[in-house]
Design a protein around this ligand. Structure first.
Ligand SMILES: Cc1cn(CCC(=O)O)c2ccccc12
Length: 160
């Protein structure tokens, strides 16, 4: 069973994430989309909400499952017999840090990292920027699945 993991915060899942997930899923027997639990960083959405949105948006892929992890990603990989980490690369600026992480993760565990370039139309999409623009009233509808966009607007309205 060839398994891979796509890790992230997914706060919230964007069309850029789904671009990579949708292109990666057919390449493996199983793809785990793993949400990082970061106690020190309060996100806009709870862990449960992020998992729920991801599960909804990846329901069409039979071999994709959503999970969460805390601590080292490679420990999660070893515990779940995952041999590859798949990272979406949006721009050269992503690569420096991702290369360092990939080399460290391989050194720690033998788990390799595969880099997948995002489609050019998604290069500028980061969850943090989408949230900031939306908070100031910018239109981000085309960057998110409709259901996620709706939840984002609701959450912003709650905090207004
Ligand atoms: C482009 C891209 C960034 N990330 C991590 C951003 C985050 O931590 O949410 C991804 C996770 C899965 C698939 C694609 C991506």
């Amino acid at each position: 069973m060839r398994r891979a993991v796509c890790p992230g915060s997914f706060d919230p899942v964007t069309n850029g994430h789904l671009d990579i997930i949708g292109r990666t899923a057919p390449l493996f027997d199983e793809l785990v989309v793993a949400v990082l639990v970061n106690k020190s960083k309060k996100g806009m959405f709870t862990l449960e909400e992020r998992i729920e949105m991801l599960a909804e948006q990846t329901a069409a892929y039979p071999n994709v499952r959503v999970d969460s992890f805390h601590g080292l990603l490679v420990d999660y990989c070893v515990a779940h017999d995952i041999r590859a980490i798949v990272k979406g690369i949006r721009a050269v600026s992503d690569f420096d840090y991702e290369l360092q992480m990939a080399q460290m993760n391989h050194r720690l565990s033998g788990v390799d990292t595969l880099f997948m370039p995002t489609g050019p139309e998604f290069s500028f999409i980061a969850s943090s920027l989408v949230k900031e623009v939306a908070t100031f009233g910018g239109d981000v509808a085309h960057l998110l699945p409709a259901a996620v966009h709706e939840r984002l607007l609701e959450r912003i309205a709650e905090h207004a």
